[in-house]
Write a protein that binds this ligand. Sequence first.
Ligand code: ADP
Ligand code: MG
Length: 238
Amino acid sequence: MTKSSTPLLQVCNVSKHYLEGDIATEVLTNVDLVVNASEQLAIVGTSGSGKSTLLHLMGTLDTPSAGKILLDGEDLHQLSATRQAQIRNQDLGFIYQFHHLLPEFSALENVSMPGLIQGLDKKQVHQQARDLLERVGLGHRIEHTPAQLSGGERQRVAIARALINQPKLVLADEPTGNLDASSGDAVYGLIRELSQQLGTAFVVVTHDYKLAARMDRQLTMKDGKLQQAEDNVMEIVS
Ligand code: ADP
Ligand code: MG
């Protein structure tokens, strides 16, 4: 198979349970999913349905109990820790519910960090970081530390940080959770631009049905599986 015909992300028969003492909690049951380059996928579902768990597995932050996940044909959970770390840094972008910004660093430094870790030229990385911060509406806050920013501003810094290395796939957990409508629109604008211009794919877990409805495809996490989102869910906003 040539590389171009390989789907970007393949989730194959993945199950996940957590053990607490002797009791196993089954969270994901035989999940299958294919995401292609430049595709925008929204995952909705009630709290506790396993959405974050699935994102963590895709991001090598947790390990499936069964099944496998391939990124560009590489079986993520069979790779060395070093290769996994390299993939997390270069091929994946993460936007978490809680932003995990480094408190002692400025917005500019936080956004630049993944580029500097990759060993790219500092001046160039800073320029790209500035550009991204401007695009998320924070051009006037680049020297602020996380404590000097509002919740929504911190979230936008985290979004810029996820994009600095031009990842193939962005995994986002509630990226617009703390944002007002116009910042939310800006975030979607950025998603669309990157998927069109750079072929970046997005898997976005969200309760924001307006954001979900704008994505290419919507799935619901229910009973441990990904299911077609019900039409009426999407009609609410259309
Ligand atoms: P969602 O993101 O859809 O709200 P999660 O993926 O965070 O849901 O959690 C799904 C279920 O898995 C929940 O019932 C949660 O309590 C359980 N769970 C998540 N992480 C762990 C863990 N580390 N240990 C035990 N149970 C967990
Ligand atoms: Mg969650």
